[in-house]
Design a protein around this ligand. Structure first.
Ligand SMILES: O=P(O)(O)O[C@H]1O[C@H](CO)[C@@H](O)[C@H]1O
Ligand SMILES: [Mn+2]
Ligand SMILES: [Mn+2]
Length: 389
């Protein structure tokens, strides 16, 4: 029995979302945003994913024609229906479950958070106040509020266009465990408001030398609204292995184990799973640094180099797959590094399928990815998607 590997390259959109005008970065609608298209304009070399059909998918999604080789894989452009351009919406829908509710986002105002929420955070933190209380990039707010945090010991609370409540605190001045406890304590209140995630953003450093976020980020996410692909596979008695943020995004529902680390480490984990995952199993991976290190930081050059790193590493892994295995590379939303602001961009995403021969799959829905993985594994699909295999 074959295995399935579902690999999300976080934020690698290909433009063309039909509802991009409903989504914004500041006052500017996302119409015309195209993560891969704009990176390609600046120059990027991706021979492995080009063979899988990446440039054809880009062309199909947004009309950008960069030529490229005749694909040897199957390829599609996927369109999202959930009314959110965030990570949980994208992943849940790829896993067969569109989001049935409107996420709560905080206004881009000063203050951004309601007073009763601030009071609850202060009580849980044991502090006389909070810092921040506005929309911001997570690195910018450390420059702006880090020194005051060191003086007062108050947590830095901020948000973005995403449905998130983020708390940054110094691992030593405030304490890492205390920060995690605080986030866990207030998470039920935020989830009840339909805020998707409370995110702990620990950092180290000093006002003199600057502050740097550490790898101890932790997301406290609202549960998926109904069973996802992970549950379908798990409930059929098959192992489900997570790599990277997948465990957090699905609140570990239907997931047997998770391996974490930076993207370079995650690539090693993926290689190990390709070597040792059981017949009939699902391995579900997320590579987040496209989004967190380059998309939100609006770093076109860095994004291009990370894509090239991923492409070369993927090229080394593909020959290790067994006959009958399926590997899909896709994405959860866009984050055009050439765009206004620092938020995600509403875009279509590529679906590159290795293991079923060369095929143009055309336009598909995010939910079709889940249906296809279930189809490949021979487990019942409970979502609205249709298999494209
Ligand atoms: O700027 P940072 O803190 O990286 O925030 C980014 O990460 C958060 C969650 O993915 C989003 O809110 C996005 O704005
Ligand atoms: Mn994402
Ligand atoms: Mn993001």
């Amino acid at each position: 029995m074959g295995r399935a590997f579902l690999v999300v390259i976080d934020s690698v959109g290909i433009g063309g979302a039909p509802d991009a005008d409903k989504f914004f970065n500041g006052d500017r609608p996302d119409t015309g945003a195209n993560t891969l298209g704009h990176i390609a304009e600046a120059g990027v070399d991706l021979p492995v994913m080009a063979e899988m059909g990446l440039w054809r998918a880009l062309n199909l999604a947004s009309g950008v024609d960069l030529g490229g080789p005749k694909p040897t894989g199957a390829w599609a452009a996927a369109t999202e229906q959930s009314k959110g351009k965030d990570t949980p919406s994208g992943h849940w829908e790829l896993a067969g479950v569109p989001v049935p509710w409107e996420w709560h986002t905080f206004p881009d105002a000063d203050p951004a958070f309601p007073d009763d929420l601030v009071v609850e955070v202060c009580l849980a933190a044991g502090t006389g106040g909070i810092l921040g209380n506005r929309h911001s990039s997570g690195t910018v707010i450390l420059d702006e509020e880090g020194a005051r945090h060191m003086e007062t010991g108050w947590p830095i609370c901020y948000t973005s266009a995403d449905s998130v409540f983020q708390i940054a605190a110094h691992e030593e001045r405030f304490g890492l465990e205390r920060l995690l406890d605080l986030c866990q304590t207030i998470a039920p209140t935020l989830h009840a408001m339909k805020v998707g995630r409370v995110i702990a953003r620990p950092f180290l450093g000093s006002a003199e030398e600057g502050f740097t976020r550490t790898g101890n980020r932790h997301d406290y996410a609202i549960d998926p609204p109904s069973p996802t692909l992970c549950d379908w596979v798990h409930d059929a008695g098959r192992p489900v292995h997570a790599i990277g943020k997948i465990g957090d995004i699905f609140s570990m529902r239907g997931i047997d184990d998770v391996r974490k680390g930076r993207d370079a480490v995650l690539m090693e984990h993926l290689g190990e799973r390709i070597a040792d995952a059981e017949d009939g199993s699902l391995t579900f991976a997320n590579f987040v640094e496209f989004d967190s290190e380059y998309g939100h930081r609006r770093d076109v050059h860095g994004y291009a180099r990370h894509l090239e790193w991923f492409d070369a590493a993927l090229g080394r892994l593909l020959p290790e797959l067994r006959d009958g295995d399926l590997l899909i590379v896709t994405a959860d939303h866009g984050n055009d590094p050439s765009w206004t602001g620092t938020d995600h961009t509403r875009e279509r995403v590529p679906v590159l399928v290795h293991g079923v021969g060369a095929k143009e799959l055309g336009h598909v829905a995010f939910v079709d990815v889940a249906a296809s993985v279930a189809d490949h594994l021979g487990v019942p699909s409970h979502g609205p998607g249709r298999s494209f295999l």
